[in-house]
Design a protein around this ligand. Structure first.
Ligand code: AMP
Ligand code: MG
Length: 318
């Protein structure tokens, strides 16, 4: 078996060896179409515990279970309602995560002790082949230390977790660039838990209106589900958000007068283009030795919901 480190996914036997590691209870970081995941055998609670230890992830934050093909979801959940089927047909393989009542065989650590489980069939060919070869469902949160920016390249994973994960499968840059959309499928309808690459309007076209939930980051109420931490996706450099250029200039002046080195980020292109580059750009600014990063939020419009959500959480003080 090859030594630990960053392994090119195209290297002969790389996927077979990574799959063997997963079966043996070890961690493997791998590319998906959203961001890099830190994978473990979802049926092995000790293996999943290694994910939490490596990331420093709070035990209250559940992890998504990844399956190689849509039918694999049936063994993860206790119920598979018609709405789940409709959504899976429309968006799988792809960046949509479904939360449903959990199958009794799924260990409690995967769901943070809760009665529901999150399941997704990713579209990335390396992710799918790895899970298929492993022959087990793969629990995988993003492959970064808890709370930090998500990784969209193998180098980002190595920088954040290099000393804590034996194998990083290098499949190049993730095409999507931000995390999956998470929805709960309930008897009352479909509820958006986390905006992501699949837009709310795309979901509405398939299942009609969603159950409205309050935006978590502006709420003082208890969280509607586990794993919706306010501060998340944050660079190590302090990040502030502004709504427009006037606010940006005001802050820049203030900080320059105070002698601080300030970087700016602003959305350039369509929501899909901005999502693809968001974390890579923030990783680069984070490595630039700045005292502050100021980000201009994209317009307060449905199509930009996921980007606004990530930036708002990255800027949250707690
Ligand atoms: P990540 O760490 O980026 O993979 O994010 C996983 C996210 O999926 C969590 O932070 C939750 O938002 C969501 N999630 C996972 N499992 C559940 C669950 N059982 N119920 C509700 N949300 C979940
Ligand atoms: Mg994450």
């Amino acid at each position: 078996m090859a030594r630990d480190g960053v392994i090119l996914a195209t290297h002969a036997d790389a996927l077979a060896q990574a799959a063997a590691r997963l079966r043996a209870g070890e961690l493997v970081a791998f590319p998906t179409e959203t961001v890099y995941g830190l994978g473990a055998n979802a049926r092995d609670p000790e293996a999943v515990a290694r994910i939490f230890a490596a990331k420093g992830r709070p035990p209250s934050n559940p992890v998504i279970v990844h399956v190689a093909d849509p039918n694999g979801a049936h063994a993860i959940v206790a119920e598979w309602p018609q709405t789940a089927n409709t959504l899976a047909h429309a968006f799988w393989p792809g960046p949509l995560t479904l939360v449903l009542p959990k199958h009794p065989d799924i260990p409690a650590i995967v769901t943070a002790g809760g009665s529901t489980v999150a399941v997704r069939c990713p579209a990335h060919p390396i992710a799918r082949e790895l899970i298929r070869l492993a022959g087990v469902p793969v629990a995988a949160p993003s492959a970064n230390r808890s709370g930090e920016l998500s990784p969209t390249t193998a180098a980002h994973v190595a920088r954040s977790l290099g000393d804590r994960v034996g194998w990083i499968l290098d499949g190049g840059s993730c095409p999507g660039g931000i995390e999956s959309t998470v929805v709960a499928v309930t008897p009352d309808g479909v509820k958006l838990l986390r905006p992501g690459l699949i837009l709310e309007t795309q979901l509405q076209e398939i299942v009609g209106d969603l159950i409205v939930t309050e935006p978590v980051s502006n709420s003082t109420k208890p969280l509607p589900s586990p794993g919706m931490l306010t501060r998340h996706y944050a660079p190590r450099t302090a990040l502030e958000i502004v709504e427009d250029e006037a606010e940006l200039l005001f802050l820049m002046n203030l900080y320059h007068t105070a002698g601080l080195k300030v970087a700016c980020w602003q959305p350039k292109g369509s929501p899909v283009e901005v999502a693809t580059g968001l974390y890579a750009e923030l990783h680069a600014l984070d490595a630039g030795g700045f005292d502050r990063i100021i980000a201009i939020l994209p317009p307060n419009h449905d199509d930009w919901q996921a980007i606004r959500d990530r930036l708002t959480r990255a800027a949250s003080p707690e």
